[in-house]
Design a protein around this ligand. Structure first.
Ligand SMILES: [Fe+2]
Length: 467
């Protein structure tokens, strides 16, 4: 598993400390005037949470029906008791149905303690709400509280994911959360009905109002099982489609490399290095897959550059350099036209950016450059240094690593360079290759003006999976 970065550990520490303080305070301020009722709410909440009655948003964010009980508690007992029951919800949710690692259990519990208390405070902030007399306002305040709960929980989670993946928080939010989830206000209305019922009729009403939750759980379960089976079928179809796509991308990589006889095998080799670095950095499978595709296609923009410039043996002129430097933007434009390839296009467009902002085509710097682009930049430079070029021989591995390390913090992201050095320590001797020598001269099939495809063929164009 990926080691947690210092900033992520600091963040988890702060959230845990704040959540822990809230819980200590909540334990010292238990609603002693109705301890039995409060305990019953906690028990019921554990049962509902363990029964995993959830609404899943299309983006995969689930909301537990037990939130309704948190909202009932905040109406009846106030912010701190709500923080405590919400923490119990987070704790049970992190244990069941699937046990999370200890730091996740602590983080979930603490974050939900904060969210529950914040929701309780926002409920009190809604003006004019001092009792149960203004009933419509109780509903409005509960809805406000539920949205506070959602935004605090979502924001807290987004920051953790963004720090874990070194991705912009807004992007993570867009991927995982909706801007206005309808489930929360609905659960707030249910929570308000439970609270009002309890205020009027006591425990009996609690049993009465919460029983539909359990009935709903069994109805939903059969529905969810059916959906799961369909999802499984779709997943299998997707795998088959993915495999076809992979073959297509690898063929395309071979076509790209074939345009330039001096860099045959470059794309596959860059992909191997980038994947090894990404794995060393602990990037999730999904991001590594994106890096694999981007590695294979990173020079696709070269299809728009004249062969005269690409295969030129002599030093290129200023104008030719300017044309050559268009290839990342050209690649981004080509891939950007394909639906669902926007992220891939952005990575391809950024593989010649520099960490200090002096790269091309956009001059982006630091974290403005996608992490995958920063990784590809290092992998691309490494393969170029390790491979023969018409105008210079290859460096050996040590020389190349010293050169890359010398440019850490200026040309390259220092964290990516650190990961590469760790890869180099662990890798087998034959992992680093002179990709220019992975080609051999094949018999000439026919004479022609184009010296490349008929003269050269790769010894191997396999991509190590590094899974
Ligand atoms: Fe390139």
């Amino acid at each position: 598993m990926k080691a947690l970065s210092r900033s992520l550990r600091l963040y988890v520490g702060i959230v845990s400390l704040l959540g822990g303080s809230i819980l200590l305070l909540a334990f010292s301020r238990l609603p002693t005037y109705d301890l039995g009722g409060y305990a019953f709410f906690v028990l019921l909440l554990i049962l509902v949470e363990a029964a995993t009655i959830r609404w899943q948003s299309p983006k995969g964010h689930g909301v537990s029906a037990s939130s309704a009980l948190t909202y009932a508690v905040l109406i009846l007992y106030g912010p701190l008791p709500a923080g405590l029951v919400n923490a119990v919800r987070g704790f049970v949710g992190a244990l069941y149905p699937e046990r999370r690692p200890l730091h996740r259990i602590i983080f979930n519990t603490a974050l939900l303690a904060i969210a529950g208390t914040a929701a309780g405070l926002s409920y009190l902030l809604v003006p004019g709400l001092l009792g149960y007399n203004a009933r419509p306002l109780v509903f409005v305040a509960a809805v406000v509280a539920s949205l506070t709960d959602y935004f605090v929980t979502a924001a807290g989670t987004v920051v953790a994911i963004a720090l874990y993946r070194s991705s912009p928080a807004l992007k993570v939010w867009g991927e995982h959360f909706d801007w206005l989830p309808i489930q929360y206000p609905l659960l707030a209305v249910l929570g308000t009905i439970i609270a009002l019922g309890y205020g009027e009729f006591g425990l009996l009403s609690l049993a009465l109002f919460s029983s539909p939750l359990f009935v709903a759980r069994y109805i939903f379960k059969s529905y969810i099982d059916k959906v799961r089976r369909q999802v499984e079928l779709l997943r299998e179809a997707n795998i088959a489609l993915d495999m076809a796509n992979q073959d297509l991308i690898e063929t395309l990589a071979a076509v790209i490399d074939a345009r330039d006889v001096f860099t045959y095998g470059h794309s596959t080799q860059v992909t191997d290095y980038a994947l090894a670095i990404a794995k060393e950095m602990g990037l999730p499978e999904e991001e590594r897959e994106m890096i694999r595709k981007a590695g294979l296609l990173h020079d696709i923009g070269k299809v728009g550059i004249s062969e005269r410039i690409l295969v030129k043996k002599d030093a290129i002129t200023q104008d030719e350099r300017h044309i050559l430097e268009q290839h990342p933007a050209l690649g981004e434009e080509i891939l950007g036209r394909v639906k669902d390839m926007k992220e891939l296009a952005e990575i391809v467009g950024s593989h010649h950016e520099r960490y200090d902002g002096k790269g091309y085509p956009y001059g982006r710097k630091g974290e403005e450059i996608p992490l995958a682009g920063r990784i590809l930049g290092v992998a691309d430079a490494l393969d170029a240094m390790l491979s023969d070029r018409p105008y210079r021989p290859a460096m050996n591995l040590l020389q190349a690593l010293v050169e890359i390390q010398r440019n850490a913090g200026t040309q390259f992201d220092p964290y990516v360079v650190e990961a590469l050095l760790r890869v180099a320590e662990k890798a087998d001797a034959d992992f680093f290759k002179n990709s220019a020598r992975t080609i051999e001269i094949a018999p000439v099939q026919q004479a022609g003006d184009h010296p490349r495809a008929t003269f050269f063929r790769p010894k191997s164009v396999t991509v190590a999976s590094h899974k």
